[in-house]
Structure formats: structure tokens, C-alpha cells
Design a binder for this molecule. Sequence first.
Ligand code: PEP
Length: 257
Amino acid sequence: MNKIWIGTNWKMTKTIAEGVAFTKELRSISEAIPSSIQLFIIPSHTALVPIKELTTETDMYLGAQNMHWEDSGAYTGEISPRMLAEIGIDLIELGHSERRQYFNETDVAINKKVHAALNYSIKPLICIGENLDQKEQLISKETLAAQLKVCLQGLSKEMAKEILIAYEPVWAIGDQGVPADAAYVADIHHFLRSTLVELFEEVGLTIPLLYGGSVNQENFLEYSKLENVNGLFIGRAAWDIESFQKILYTLEAKLGV
Ligand code: PEP
């Protein structure tokens, strides 16, 4: 596994115009970085179509932030995998902690969405993470194993080749978040890798494991060097193009990717 996945979810921040301007700049930056960095961006639904036009001829992957599992139906306010596939997105982010916390998204629902995405050849980027209570009660690993096992229920090894996992401890995310110690991240990623191997044998070794949660200019390099960290999922520190560019160029220079 030699690709490093680096990407950002814009949450509910950028308008179409802002997203298009950002993507144009990122497109020129991407031409100067090696193909071993697999870049991806996850805009709001409204910006997907214009941004798809900008990413089509590039190696950048385009993702969406959420979807329903049904192809069509009476689900007001939802968007379906069929609709997203029509746009030509590459990735779907599923199970972000904000979706779990504010929209009651469960592991069972995420599992249905994972199957629906794979059915349309869209790669699921599945977010998992323990909250502060679970960490303090020393049940982080049990929580993460349960999330993984339910979210990935019913996947064959062939299907598992198409997924990505992002470990995002809830207590580390956002402007109230506390960045995790690299040693903690290393231990959890090692545990996640063994759980994936338990589930999918040798395929489990190849599933990209991304880290996210207050990744910033001070800590991104340390996280990126950890053995079982195959990428970074970045929020705030990647929303400003100059800050994102600095991360990408430093990674290239320091890791020689
Ligand atoms: C996130 O919300 O998934 C995230 C990683 O955000 P931030 O980097 O801003 O903590």
C-alpha cells in the first residue's frame, strides 16, 4: 500500500463560487505533487456538479458528504446513490460524527449505505470514532470494533477492497477538539488494522486507514509517519488553500512521496 490519501470535507461551509475557486487553485497545486498522494475533496451537494467539471481531467477524487441507501422514493430532503452516481462522484463519506450526533445516523444505517454505494461503484469512506465518555471509560477499542463490524456487515473480501476507513475520535474533531497524541493514534490504528485483518484476512492489510481530528500544521507530519496511517482526513486546516498547499508540499518534501 503506497498511496497516501489526503482529503478534506468542507462540511456546510463553502458556497458554489467559493468551492469552485478553491478547486481551481487545488487543481494547479495537484499538478505539482506526486501521484502517490491521492487527493480528494468533499464539497456540499450543491457544488458537486460544477466541481465535477473541474476534477474530471485530474487525478483528484470527488466525494459527497452523505446519501440515502435507497435508489429513489419518498424521502424528502435526501439524495440517492443513483443521483450521485449520475454526477460521477468517486467517494461517499459515511458516518461522520456530526451525522451520528445531530442526525442520529446509526451503524446499521451506515452499513446499508455502504452496500448501496458499492452497488454504484462509489467508494465508501467510513468514519468511526469513540466519544470522550467512551475514551474515559476505557472502551475506545470495543466501541471502534463494534462500529467497524456493524458498518462492514455482509461485505465480501472483493467489496472490502473498495472501502476506506477514517478514524476520527469525536473528542479531537472541530474547534472544541483536542488533538490526539501520536502514540494514541498509532495504538488505535494498529488495533483497527488487526480488526480489519480479522474480518477480511489479507485484504484487511490493504484497506486505507485515514486519521482525522484537528490535524493541523503542527501535527500532520507526525501523524502521517505512523505505520498504519495511510492518509489524513483534514477539516479546518485544509479549508484555506494556502494552508492546504503547505501541508501537501511539506508532505511531499519530508516523506519523499
Ligand atoms: C472532521 O470534522 O472530520 C475534521 C477532521 O475536522 P477538523 O480537522 O477541523 O477537526
